[in-house]
Design a binder for this molecule. Sequence first.
Ligand code: SAM
Length: 146
Amino acid sequence: MLDTALHHDVGLSFIGTIHTPFKARGQCPRQGDATDGPDCRIVVLSELEPALEGLERFDSVEVLYWLHLARRDLLSQSPRGDGALRGTFSLRSPLRPNPIGTSRVRLLRREGAALIVRGLDCLDGTPLIDLKPDRCGYTVQARPKG
Ligand code: SAM
């Protein structure tokens, strides 16, 4: 177990909230499906709405979120529940010292301060940390749609 006294506040502030149909962890997929998942709504704080300008030009967006209900003290875990342990950093488990989740989602449309997306795996009400346009895998430049 991790000594939680090692935690330091780095001054992160949430930029909004993610709304999904998933009301309990057991309802969430292990990883979101950008092709077939349900429509979800990412709402940024109203004062941050201007920062969304231009994002709708991208089909695909990287979403960073804070898995706020996750334990943060596990150094090893048994992902299959069979007793075989693996180090936390070798897993994409939500249980980690800094419970940051990332998903590449399909951006369907923007409605003011909200983005309608597919491909999330988090609970309704999960705090939002950041949004970035997805990069093409073969260039260093972000590639806009149009
Ligand atoms: N796609 C992200 C990643 O790879 O970084 C997260 C993957 S994690 C395996 C997704 C799981 O985290 C969900 O299936 C659910 O069990 C759990 N989860 C979702 N939202 C959560 C939240 N707000 N707090 C704690 N656990 C959450």
